[in-house]
Design a binder for this molecule. Structure first.
Ligand SMILES: [Cu+2]
Length: 116
């Protein structure tokens, strides 16, 4: 391989690597929605919107209660944990009504999001 063809090959390889690196960043674009269980209201979710526009969301669940909870949105859930925060990423489709809950306490910690 001459010096000239080697330089072209390296340039093409770099361009390909950049294209691969850029694609997932676009695919993973999402809006973060923070939902909290405060210590003062340890069996509730606060901050969950009643409506959201269709799209991909990262739900950041902050549990300050000391009680083991999770946040399940549609069919995706965070693990159950007692303190700290975890995220779950969900794609919401236009026209859907998406249920959310805490799996261990789904009779009281629950609601729905309308997707517009
Ligand atoms: Cu719970």
């Amino acid at each position: 391989m001459s010096i000239r063809t080697r330089a072209v090959a390296i340039g093409a390889a770099t361009a390909a690597a950049l294209a691969v690196a850029a694609a997932p960043a676009l695919a993973q674009k999402s809006t973060t929605v923070t939902v909290t269980t405060p210590k003062s209201n340890p069996m509730a979710f606060t901050g969950m919107p009643k409506t959201l526009k269709a799209g991909t969301y990262t739900f950041k669940y902050v549990n300050n209660s000391g009680i083991p909870h999770n946040l399940k949105v549609g069919s995706s859930a965070t693990p159950v944990f007692a303190n700290g925060s975890k995220t779950v990423k969900v794609t919401l489709k236009k026209g859907a009504t998406v249920a959310y809950e805490c799996t261990p306490h789904k009779t009281v910690m629950k609601g729905t999001i309308k997707v517009t």
